[in-house]
Design a protein around this ligand. Structure first.
Ligand code: MN
Length: 441
């Protein structure tokens, strides 16, 4: 998918968002003001935290995303963008808005935020969507983040437009380039820090521009689900066992979220990776519009039990292993989540525009996606199999310890674990894997 396709789908995307906002605002407000966000300053300092834009703003406006822009949506009117471009010589002001998207908006360049109140006119009937209540109040926007408005908008965000799909295909292409560079770095003996540097260079992302902090985990670190450090020290070649890398990229604010696990040489852990690849493909093949994601998660848990049993690590009926929480020890997270302008996109457990909440099944509290899979959704499929010492200790102290081959399991602890994650879209009734065209397993 080329940027040109993203470009040609954009007008229809804006039309879809306009309809959604008209519906969601009905009876709540005359319009909405979406604030891109403002810089946050560190305590007692003059350094700013990285700017992370409001996801609602990213839904509408392609990048680059800059601070203190306000998008004004009034149903029936062309959307208006108040684009903040201060005169500044300490910092580089944002470039003029340009590109395929600008024709959809009435754009007003704003030099000073003091001008906002006048530009908004009577703001009393507008709803503010943003994270700066004091600034909004100063602009006359006292109706802030109405829950019922956000619930309706969040529900709809699960259904991606063609433009959004195009952005996420491109984000996956970029992420794949990073993953290939990271794998090469691992094979060359790089440290976690160096692997992350290779990833960032290959994706041309600054660290805070990736959609989440890359997880670059060597050996036992692969058993820490959200491992957050980058060890600077290189390991000896004979000490390198595993690389688990969970790293993404963005296109116009939309995320890719991709994980691969590599090991060196053959042996039981390499065989486990191969088995997990097979099961990851198998669970993707089970996906159909209307299927229950919670059922897929439970099916994956049974597949994990079978992988463990086939590898001689466990001896237990798969249904029993799931029912009694034995597989939870090895895969304590959910099968995946919605993906979009946020990596963990909103409303994965929301089943209607009113905000009805569908909790995960008992015993699977980390499952983020419980609504039925439907046309236009984009989500991850990311089964994992880990050897986490604290969870293994609990299993060993419990009533199913006898079902585990502890010698074989302990031999796997130095390898950490496995996660394999692709991004999946439901397009025209079929499953489209956004990741594998660029990054085969
Ligand atoms: Mn993920």
């Amino acid at each position: 998918m080329t940027v040109n396709t993203i470009d040609t789908e954009y007008a229809a995307h804006v039309a879809t968002l306009s309809e959604r906002f008209a519906r969601a605002l009905d009876g709540i407000a005359d319009g909405a003001v979406i604030h891109s966000g403002s810089g946050h300053v560190a305590f007692l300092d003059d350094r700013h935290y990285p700017f992370i834009p409001n996801p609602h703003y990213k839904n509408w406006i392609p990048g680059p995303h800059t601070e203190d822009c306000l998008l004004v949506i009034r149903p029936g009117q062309r959307p208006q963008l108040l684009f903040h471009q201060p005169d500044d010589y300490w910092y580089q002001p944002p470039e003029d808005p340009s590109g395929f998207w600008t024709g959809e908006f009435d754009i007003e360049v704003v030099r000073s935020l003091d001008a906002i109140s006048n530009l908004l006119g009577d703001a009393s009937k507008l709803a503010y969507i943003g994270e700066h209540p004091d600034a909004a109040a100063a602009w006359g926007l006292r109706r802030q983040n109405p829950e019922s408005l956000l619930a309706a908008l969040h529900y709809d965000r699960a259904y991606k437009t063609r433009y959004e799909l195009g952005c996420m295909r491109e984000a996956n292409r970029v992420a794949a380039a990073g993953h290939i560079a990271a794998k090469d770095a691992f094979e060359a003996g790089a440290s976690e820090f160096e692997i992350q540097a290779s990833y960032l260079a290959a994706t041309a992302h600054r660290e805070h521009e990736t959609p989440y902090g890359s997880i670059v985990a060597l050996n036992e670190h692969a058993a820490v689900l959200h491992y957050q450090h980058y060890d600077v020290a290189r390991l000896q070649a004979d000490e390198l066992r595993t690389l688990l890398i969970d790293a993404g990229a963005t296109c116009q604010g939309y995320a890719a979220d991709v994980t691969r696990t590599y090991t060196r040489g053959d042996g039981p852990f390499a065989a486990l990776i191969d088995a997990m690849k097979t099961e990851q493909q198998g669970i993707i093949d089970e996906i159909a519009p209307g299927s229950s994601y919670a059922d897929l998660h439970l099916s994956m848990q049974r597949r994990i039990a079978n992988v463990l049993t086939d590898a001689g690590l466990l001896n237990m009926d798969a249904d029993d292993a799931v029912e009694h929480g034995v597989t939870f020890t090895f895969m304590p997270h959910g099968l995946g989540h919605l993906l979009g302008a946020q990596t963990h996109d909103v409303a994965g457990q929301q089943t209607d525009t009113g905000g009805t909440h569908e909790p995960p099944p008992a015993g699977h509290p980390a499952l983020r996606l419980t609504r039925p899979i439907d046309e236009g959704m984009v989500f991850t499929i990311e089964p994992g199999l880990y050897f986490i010492p604290s969870l293994l200790s609990e299993l060993r102290a419990g009533e199913y310890a006898h079902a585990v081959n502890w010698t074989a399991v302990e031999a796997m602890i130095p390898y950490g674990g496995i996660r394999i994650e692709d991004n999946i879209a439901i397009v025209d009734g079929a499953t489209e894997n956004l990741t594998q065209p660029h990054l085969p397993l």
